[in-house]
Ligand binder design. Structure first.
Ligand SMILES: *Cc1c(COP(=O)(O)O)cnc(C)c1O
Length: 614
């Protein structure tokens, strides 16, 4: 077993503790790059000569650059979010890995464009490699899977819809061109073929040299007009990229059907079953089901294993659907479960190795099973720029069966650079065109230094989860705050599935939800960019509103916990909550934790005091 990584060496650090090392590497990469330039045809003459440099307008131009940089630095310092600090417990942000930053900075100087191999002979290969690594992280066979880096989870979700949509239109296209391949199958059966069977049919079409013809008869040739490819089922906790995807890909918002979540904010798989049953009764196909691993607002992990089981049961009834997992947030946490041979460890093994984590164990069997079952999904979104601790912009999509790519590609078949594994024109297999090789290099560097297993990313993410559970427990156990003669309690929304803690404050005895919402809004305004320069903030958090419109009655039990009656929920229709994504790995140290928890409670008290003493 290799030695586990020490995460204290991985980040610049809250006090720039690793600055010397970082600077040394920066100097190294600048020197290295300058040499690279000089040794390209050393016989060529200097262009920027010393005479040129001596001109006054030369100096003035340099001065302009310096002044602009100073102005930008000032702007950034005044208005940036201090992600690096354990005082920042807001959005899905934290310090980024030094390895990733250095990889990005070095590669930026070469400015590769991963759209085409010609523009990025070095970093196209890295994109294919990191795609394979992420496929392996998800439990796919990297030899037959496909993965690549996108600008983020949004675009990865778009690609997921694009794949599912084009795939869904293939069986009818095959019937149009080669009815003998699907003899005896009616529309309903054709719309419910398992993904693998559709791809096998595509292979047959290809063998007969008729693949292009089929593709031209698929949705991409004939368009969405007049077609019913079915509905896209996404839990209520969905990221808003799904609504945009339904719009962009011609699915239509009315065919984006929300699946209720329970009061733990995981998709209600029984409700999913009811929805699919009633669709099947009307002979409406399901274009795809999306399960979320790490919901954006709550960090909830849907029961992916239950969805997979449901799909198996439906297969027996001749109903099938494409399964996409939106693990933009939670995807990297799968590293926690993998040993160095990339084996998904048994539950007891993990409980044993991580016995000290989470005060009685954060890992519940459902979350474990959900992560395990991700390998059964057809495609998965996973964002390196979230729990991968990599700078923007780096998302990714991985698909279990690389053959699907041909359904969206603009080359007849996957065309490789001679004898090797790199696509000549990556831009023709993906949604984006020109794209930064630097972001890919950052991902590659991070994976190189921090392995995608329990000893690498598992360490960082586990520490962040432990911090989140400490925070969660402190909220549960803290005494009410007394401010201006009033008493205020706080409650967490749920037991976290990962490292996001959602909570709200409430004045004991208050029965008005509107009043409670006002209180939490006031706290947020004191603990965010709204209160002025973030640099002087004591504590920074984020917020969200859980509305009846989006979540049905899922938030009702939380509201009732505070002694607020149901009719308040009905009339108000939303509960305003504070949301802390705890990505920092530093809250595992007792002393550090106590300091930051103390800061937090003081900030809360001050914020409440300002409201009631104003
Ligand atoms: C963040 C997130 C997205 C969108 O990802 P971007 O990288 O911001 O585009 C999609 N789905 C989920 C669940 C997310 O948390």
């Amino acid at each position: 077993m290799t030695e586990p990584i020490n995460f204290n060496a991985l980040f610049l650090g809250p006090k720039a503790e690793n600055y010397d090392f970082f600077k040394q590497m920066l100097v190294y990469l600048m020197d290295d790059h300058a040499e690279w330039r000089r040794f390209f045809h050393p016989e060529d003459p200097l262009v920027v000569t010393e005479d040129e440099k001596a001109r006054p307008d030369f100096a003035r131009t340099l001065q302009n650059t310096r002044e602009a940089l100073i102005e930008l630095a000032g702007n950034l310092q005044v208005s940036s979010n201090p992600w690096f600090s354990p005082r920042y417990l807001g959005h899905m942000n934290a310090d980024t890995l030094v390895a990733a930053n250095l990889g990005y900075m070095l590669t930026l100087l070469y400015n590769p464009n991963n759209c085409a191999y010609e523009g990025s002979p070095a970093t196209t290969a890295l994109e294919i490699e990191t795609g394979r690594q992420l496929a392996a992280l998800m439990g796919y066979d990297p030899r037959t899977a496909w993965g690549h880096i996108t600008s983020g989870g949004t675009v990865a979700n778009y690609e997921g819809v694009w794949l599912a949509r084009n795939l869904a239109s293939v069986p009818l296209a095959i019937r149009d061109c080669m009815p003998e391949l699907v003899e005896g199958l009616d529309d309903w059966r054709l719309m419910n073929l398992p993904v693998k069977d559709v791809l096998d049919l595509v292979d047959k079409a290809r063998e007969r040299g008729r693949f292009d013809e089929v593709r031209d008869r698929s949705v991409r040739g004939t368009g969405m007009a007049g077609r019913d490819l079915g509905v896209l089922l996404v839990p209520e906790s969905k990221h808003y990229s799904w609504a945009k995807a339904a719009d962009i890909f011609g699915i239509g918002r009315e065919n984006l059907v929300p699946v209720p979540v329970r009061d733990d904010y995981r998709m209600d798989v029984r409700a999913l079953e009811d929805i699919i049953d009633s669709l099947a009764a009307k002979k409406r196909p399901v274009l795809a089901v999306v399960a979320v691993v790490g919901s954006t607002e709550e960090g909830a992990v849907d029961d992916v294993h239950e969805v997979v089981r449901l799909r198996e049961r439906y297969a027996e009834k001749g109903v099938s659907f494409y399964l996409h997992v939106d693990a933009a947030y939670g995807g990297y946490a799968r590293a926690l479960f993998l040993d160095e041979e990339n084996r998904f460890m048994e539950y007891d093994e993990i409980k044993k190795t991580h016995a000290d984590v989470g005060h009685g164990g954060w890992l519940v069997p459902e979350v474990y099973e959900a992560f395990r079952a991700m390998s059964c999904a057809d495609s998965i979104t996973v964002d390196p720029h979230k729990l991968g601790y990599i700078p923007y912009s780096a998302g990714a999509i991985v698909a279990a069966d690389r053959r699907v790519v041909d359904l969206i590609s603009y080359f007849a078949a996957y065309v490789f650079e001679k004898g090797d594994d790199n696509p000549m024109l990556l831009g023709s297999y993906i949604l984006e065109g020109s794209k930064p090789g630097a972001a890919v290099a950052a991902v590659w560097m991070a994976h190189r230094v921090v392995p995608l297993n329990a000893n690498g990313y598992g360490r960082i993410i586990e520490s962040s989860i432990e911090g989140a559970f400490r925070f969660h427990r402190s909220i549960l156990e803290s005494d009410p705050l007394t401010v201006a003669g009033r008493r205020f309690e706080a409650l967490p929304l749920t037991r976290p599935d990962l490292n996001i803690v959602v909570y709200a404050f409430h004045e004991i005895g208050n029965g008005s939800l509107e009043e409670m919402n006002r209180l939490n809004q006031a706290i947020y305004e004191q603990c965010s960019y709204k209160s002025g320069p973030l640099y002087i903030s004591d504590f920074i958090t984020s917020k969200t509103s859980l509305t009846e419109e989006e979540y049905g009655d899922a938030p009702l039990s939380f509201v009732k916990h505070f002694g607020i009656e149901e009719k308040e929920w009905r009339s108000c229709g939303s509960v305003y909550v504070l949301r802390s994504c705890i990505l920092t790995p530093y809250l595992v140290n007792n002393t550090t934790y106590e300091i930051y928890w103390g800061n937090f409670m003081q900030s809360m008290e001050r914020a409440i005091r300002r409201l009631y003493e104003a």
